[in-house]
Every structure is written in structure tokens, then in C-alpha cells.
Design a protein around this ligand. Structure first.
Ligand SMILES: Cc1ncc(COP(=O)(O)O)c(C=O)c1O
Length: 419
């Protein structure tokens, strides 16, 4: 019989296979200093475009003060126990009321993590008789929630409403036969490519099919819509989202998440979501910190305006310089280039070491083989100078990439690192 661990002696997974040359630099990099537009990496200050601190709240003085005061008052343990057992406080309930109000839903429920929350929302909403139809580019937390489903599931091609229509036709037949219902899942904003989910067109299919819609708006919450209520608000269909989900890990610069919808739905989830029923409640500093962040989202629209002016200038600068940004229609700024993984590694190293610009690299399997995606996350604390430095640096590295410099060094680099 094989040893269970045998499998990862030779194959550590698509990213793990590069761990020996990548760890500490390309993956698991260590930043120093406060979260901001410029951070220290490897002893050098860099323009940093890889942190989801959209509204700049991570180091906002009021946020830092509230976090510190709350931690000093309550410690990091309070309250102990799951919400339903001994983890309920008036502040948790207040935050839920304010979140529901902010996203224009009747009710909301706090989740400890977005990832687990998504898995558990999906798990608690479907039985084996129900059918799930979800976007093929969905976040891992959605895919993993769907994996728990014991009934039928279909994927539709990414953001392709015709494909969704076809899958709904099939799903309807299965659900009718089983006596179940249909759950459609998509994202408000797809975090890698920066495209909004086609919520308006998806909602229009409700005239033709009977389904409930779950939207993961992790990247839309706080960045899109007139009041920051997200992609649904931006597309005028917030009311038609049956289950609205967002995490605190992006615009709110914290951790935790929430789900919102009508009262009956939330009441059901409160008693049936295993990730919350069987887990300790969010602690007080996270809750009081989230209340402060939400207050800033409501009262400081200039933060969102600043984020958009930075994103617009960055995207214009890169497009004018001839870069392919795909079909982003949000602040997320993907730059697509052609090249291999070794080329991507030496190019990003050059970008950091020579030009002092830090971006993350996204490679296969997130995007097709032979493509490199440099993903830039603008924030409200970036400056025009940061943008100018970046556009110039990107033009320089593209020239080297196209002339084959990185191809040569890339192969040598991998050989040398692996001895
Ligand atoms: C689209 C999307 N959904 C869910 C999550 C998971 O959220 P969390 O980090 O709170 O677990 C993320 C990443 O943070 C995300 O980008």
C-alpha cells in the first residue's frame, strides 16, 4: 500500500512545484511597515499594488484608534463561544442591522471568514433535490461550497448569459423531476480579471426561469454603486439579489464577512449555517472595528471617489502605453502579457529590484498557460507619482520581455536556483 504522503513527494501542485525558487519572494513575501501605497520589501521601499486595501482603511487613524481601544477594552477573546451558545452581544446585532441597511436588505448575519461563509451558505441552502448553476470562474470558496452539494450542479461559461440560459433549461428539468429548486451563483466582481458579473442580464432570466440568486460581492462592496452597496447597486438590481455576500477582507480592511437578504432567509441561515453554529463568534475588536469602518464607508464618500480617480488614472496611463487590460470595468487592474512562468518570475523580480514596483503575478491555472497576469490593486492612498513610476516601469519591462531578455535569464535563474 502507498504511503498517503507519497503523492506530494514529486508533485506539489501547480504553484507548489515552484516553491523552492519562489517562496519568500514570489509567494509568501514579507512586507514591512504600515499598510500603505509604499511598503518595504526585501529592505527596499516599493510602490505596492498588491493589497486589497481599496479605501485605504487599513491604516486610517480613526480605524487604528478604534481597533486599539477595543482590543484594550475587551481583549481578543470576548465573547467566548458560538453566537447561538454564548457569543452574542448587542454590538454584533448592531453591526448586522447597519450592514443590512448599508446593502439595502432586510437582515444580515455575520460570518467569521468569507471563505468558510460562502461554503456554508451554499451547503445550508441546498438539499440533494436542488440544483446549483454557477459561473465557471467562481472563487474557490464558491466551488468548494458546490463540492459539498450532493445533488446536481452545472457550471455556465464565465459571464456568458447564453450559456447560463442553456444550463438553466437543463437545471429546470432536473429540479422539476426532483421536486427541488435552483440556486444560481455568481460574483459581483471577478477579482482576478476585474470584470463585473452580468447581474442585470442574469436577473432578467428570472422572467423565464425560477431560481434564487447568490452574489459574492467581495470586491464590489465599498467600491461600486452610488452608496458603495456594490455591483448590484451599480447595475440597478440590488433588490433582485436574493442572497448578498461580502467579506470584510477588502474595502473594510479587516476580517470577517456577512450575508444579507430577507428576514426569513437570514433567520434560517442563523440556525443552519454550520460554519457559524459550530464556531466561535467574531471577537469584539473585529465587530467594533467593523462598525467604525462601516461608518467611514457611509460618511466619507471621498474615499471611494479617490479610489476611482487613482484607478482611472492608472488604467488610462497603462492603456495609453499600449497595455492590454482585458475587460476590467472595476478598479481592479489586470495587465496581460505573454510569457512562461520562468519569464514571469524574472520579470517581476526585475520590476521589484530595479524599478521598485511590487505587483503580484498570476499564472496558470488561474489564467491559461503561456499568459502572465500582473494584477494591480489601486487604493485610495495611491498617488499620481506612484502611477507615473509604475507606467514607466511597466513599459521598460515589456520591452525586455518582448526582446527575449527574460526568456534567457529565466531559464538560467531556475537552473541556478535548483542547483
Ligand atoms: C470573491 C471572494 N470571495 C470570498 C473570499 C474569501 O473571503 P475571506 O478572505 O474573508 O475568507 C475572497 C477573498 O478574500 C474573494 O476574493
Amino acid at each position: 500500500m502507498k504511503d498517503l504522503f507519497e503523492k506530494f513527494k514529486n508533485d506539489k501542485g501547480p504553484l507548489g512545484n515552484y516553491a523552492d525558487v519562489a517562496e519568500g519572494y514570489f509567494v509568501f513575501p514579507v512586507f514591512e511597515g504600515p499598510i500603505s501605497n509604499r511598503m518595504k520589501f526585501n529592505g527596499k521601499e516599493m510602490v505596492t499594488w498588491s493589497i486589497n486595501n481599496y479605501l485605504g482603511l487599513a491604516n486610517h487613524p480613526e480605524v487604528r484608534k478604534t481597533d486599539a481601544e477595543s482590543a484594550a477594552k475587551w481583549g481578543m477573546a470576548y465573547p467566548m463561544g458560538a453566537r447561538a451558545m454564548s457569543g452574542q452581544t448587542e454590538k454584533h446585532a448592531q453591526l448586522e442591522r447597519e450592514l443590512a441597511d448599508f446593502v439595502k436588505k432586510e437582515s444580515a448575519y455575520l460570518l467569521n471568514f468569507g471563505y468558510q461563509g460562502n461554503v456554508s451558505i451554499i451547503d445550508s441552502l441546498v438539499t440533494k433535490d436542488d440544483v446549483i448553476v454557477y459561473d465557471s470562474d467562481s472563487h474557490a470558496s464558491i466551488i468548494d461550497g458546490c463540492r459539498l452539494h450532493q445533488g446536481k450542479r452545472f457550471t455556465f461559461q464565465h459571464n456568458d448569459v447564453e450559456s447560463l440560459d442553456k444550463m438553466l433549461e437543463r437545471a429546470t428539468k432536473v429540479a422539476e423531476k426532483n421536486g427541488g429548486g435552483i440556486l444560481v451563483i455568481t460574483e459581483g466582481v471577478f477579482g482576478m480579471r476585474g470584470e463585473q458579473g452580468k447581474l442585470k442580464e442574469i436577473v432578467a432570466l428570472k422572467d423565464k426561469y425560477n431560481f434564487r440568486l447568490l452574489v459574492d460581492d467581495a470586491h464590489g462592496f465599498g467600491t461600486l454603486g452610488e452608496t458603495g452597496a456594490g455591483a448590484g447597486e451599480a447595475q440597478g438590481v440590488q433588490d433582485d439579489i436574493d442572497i448578498y455576500f461580502a467579506t470584510f477582507a477588502k474595502s473594510m480592511a479587516g476580517f470577517g464577512a456577512f450575508v444579507a437578504g430577507d428576514k426569513d432567509l437570514i433567520q434560517y441561515l442563523k440556525y443552519n449555517m454550520r460554519s457559524q453554529v459550530f464556531a466561535k463568534s467574531l471577537t469584539m475588536p473585529m465587530v467594533e472595528g467593523a462598525l467604525k469602518r462601516l461608518e467611514l464607508l457611509r460618511q466619507s464618500p471621498e474615499l471611494k471617489n479617490k479610489l476611482w480617480s487613482v484607478a482611472t488614472a492608472l488604467q488610462k496611463g497603462l492603456r495609453d502605453a499600449g497595455f492590454d487590460l482585458g475587460s476590467t470595468d472595476t478598479v481592479i487592474t489586470p495587465v496581460y502579457l505573454k510569457g512562461s512562468v520562468p519569464e514571469a518570475m524574472v520579470m517581476v523580480k526585475d520590476l521589484r529590484e530595479k524599478y521598485n514596483v511590487f505587483t503580484s503575478i498570476v499564472i496558470y491555472p488561474v489564467i491559461p498557460k503561456g499568459m502572465i497576469l500582473l494584477r494591480l490593486i489601486p487604493t485610495a492612498v495611491h498617488t499620481q507619482e506612484d502611477i507615473d513610476i509604475t507606467v514607466k516601469a511597466f513599459s521598460a519591462i515589456r520591452e525586455k520581455l518582448e526582446s527575449g531578455v527574460y526568456k534567457r535569464i529565466g531559464e538560467e535563474f531556475i537552473k541556478k536556483m535548483r542547483g
